[in-house]
Design a protein around this ligand. Structure first.
Ligand code: HEC
Length: 182
């Protein structure tokens, strides 16, 4: 669901690369031919940077639903499909919905959301990812049981999958809501 650290490492590297050419301020101050700093061009550049900082927060309104919340809604739907599939012994549907739990459809999350999530998780990021990995493993077991058309094993695997969802909700749901939806 969320591959946080490789993505974040990648982003930080990209940001470093993007910022590096602008770090050498002294040699980059626009100068007139005579060598004096060109105040008009400096003012223009300052205005351009100010625009960048004004536009970034405006394009990431906090009120918009977070990608993580959208992913969770998809997970809820897949679980309903799985339960319905088990009731009808429709193992194709169970297997398909289990694969959707492993790789839920979702819009790409924004840079802003990744940073907000990272700062929320802090040192718990490893724990969060471990619980996410656990859910993926349980969903893989469920897909395999369903493909084998083994009713008992499918039901048992479904229960283990739900328990893994609960484990993360117990630890993170309330802190998440307190942090992002106070
Ligand atoms: C690694 C952590 C984690 C795992 C694993 C996880 N969830 Fe969640 N889930 C969350 C968090 C955090 C929230 C709170 C999100 C919010 O309030 O918007 C949440 C909220 C939800 C919601 C409520 C969404 C809403 O609109 O309020 C549903 C439904 C849900 N999860 C389903 C599942 C199912 C089903 C699974 C297992 C297949 C699962 N989750 C596994 C972290 C997790």
């Amino acid at each position: 669901m969320l591959d946080l650290s490789p993505q974040t490492d990648h982003l930080v590297a990209k940001l470093d690369a993007a910022i590096a050419p602008h770090m050498d301020w002294a040699s980059r101050i626009p100068r007139c031919v005579e060598g004096r700093p060109d105040m008009r061009r400096i003012r223009h550049r300052f205005a351009a940077w100010a625009m960048v900082f004004l536009v970034i927060p405006a394009s990431a309104p906090a009120a918009e639903e977070m990608v993580l919340s959208k992913v969770m809604k998809e997970q809820g739907k897949s679980m309903q499909l799985i339960a319905g599939g088990i009731a009808r012994e429709d193992y194709e549907q169970v297997a398909k919905a289990s694969l959707a739990v492993i790789d839920p459809p979702h819009p790409p999350s924004t840079l802003a959301e990744k940073f907000r999530l990272m700062s929320f998780l802090g040192t718990n990021v490893g724990r969060f990812k471990a619980l996410d990995g656990e859910t993926k493993e349980r969903a893989t077991d469920l897909a395999n049981a369903a493909r084998a058309r083994n009713g008992e094993a499918t039901i048992a695997a479904f229960q283990r999958l739900q328990t893994s969802c609960l484990a993360c909700h117990t630890e993170f749901r309330k802190p998440f809501q307190d942090h992002f939806k106070p």
